[in-house]
Design a protein around this ligand. Structure first.
Ligand SMILES: [Zn+2]
Length: 292
């Protein structure tokens, strides 16, 4: 792709526009979506398209988790219903979660699956470009689609626990509740792939808290955040997803994408455009199963 100041300016403008749209969409979503029904309080609705991990009370809000990122307003992704905020992944609200690979290699991560419509498409594209990645799977989806978990592992990709029910507020629960959620998720994954290592945990929404980080570590999982977030779950379209990833990717990046949780055809199309460029510029890796 062409690089230069005009591209940089365009990327900056796009970023500003996207940030504005995200803010508007968030306010609109909050005003349209009541939080009081039990179904919505889980942040998940289910229809013919499968589970959608939708808006949920953010941290510090009524009904939400307390203050996971109150000290880092503007950088905390917890107000996002799914994963990611489109903002800086740095800051002090990560509680030590890894936001980069720690090496020159770049890692693609796919959250919220597996999903029978999109996960096979993602796997096919990764195979075409001989790329290994990391899949942050949701326990209930692993339970429902063990064949897809097997396909992920058979292709050499690595796994990450993404909680049982994509509970953005999990970090506010008791340590025992967090522990049983993470163990239940690992059990569903291991029912599909008994010997596959599960050494990463990604908190839904990036809503990290000290308890959730502590429990994950106690269970042998390293907390995993990200450094590049195109907010693909907000359906910005393949062109914007592609532009964000290609303009922000750098050595060590952990890129956040979603292969489930809604209409992900835009992400699949973006991946098709992203892979030729990324594989030319970086060495891509599945996050290792022996993190330190
Ligand atoms: Zn997620």
């Amino acid at each position: 792709m062409t690089r230069g100041s005009s591209t940089a300016r365009a990327a900056g403008i796009v970023t500003l526009v996207v940030a504005g749209l995200l803010g508007s969409a968030y306010v609109l979503g909050r005003s349209l979506v009541p939080d009081q029904t039990p179904r919505q309080s889980t942040g998940v609705t289910t229809n013919a398209d499968g589970p959608h991990y939708a808006d949920q009370p953010g941290v510090g809000e009524p009904g939400g988790a307390p203050s996971a990122s109150a000290s880092a307003a503007g950088t905390g992704p917890a107000e996002a219903g799914q994963d990611g905020s489109g903002r800086d992944a740095g800051g002090d609200n990560l509680f030590g979660a890894h936001a980069t690979t720690g090496t020159p290699r770049l890692a693609l991560t796919f959250d919220d699956g597996p999903d029978p419509r999109y996960t096979p498409q993602v796997l096919a594209l990764l195979r075409e470009y001989d790329v290994r990645a990391t899949f942050c799977v949701v326990g209930e989806n692993a339970q429902n689609h063990p064949d897809l978990v097997q396909s992920i592992v058979d292709a050499g990709h690595t796994l990450c626990n993404h909680s049982w029910h994509h509970d953005v507020g999990l970090g506010a629960r008791s340590a025992d509740a967090i522990r049983s959620d993470l163990l239940r998720t690992n059990a569903a994954i291991r029912a599909a792939v008994p010997n596959a290592p599960i050494v990463w945990y990604r908190q839904p929404g990036g809503a990290w808290t000290y308890p959730v980080v502590s429990v994950a570590r106690q269970l042998g999982m390293t907390p995993l955040h990200w450094s590049v977030d195109p907010s693909d779950w907000e359906l910005p379209g393949a062109t914007k997803i592609t532009a964000t990833v290609l303009s922000q990717a750098e050595p060590g990046s952990v890129v956040l994408l979603h292969d489930a949780g809604g209409d992900r055809q835009g992400t699949v199309e973006a991946l098709r455009r992203i892979l030729p460029d990324l594989t030319a510029r970086f060495e891509l890796e599945a996050l290792p199963t022996d993190p330190t």
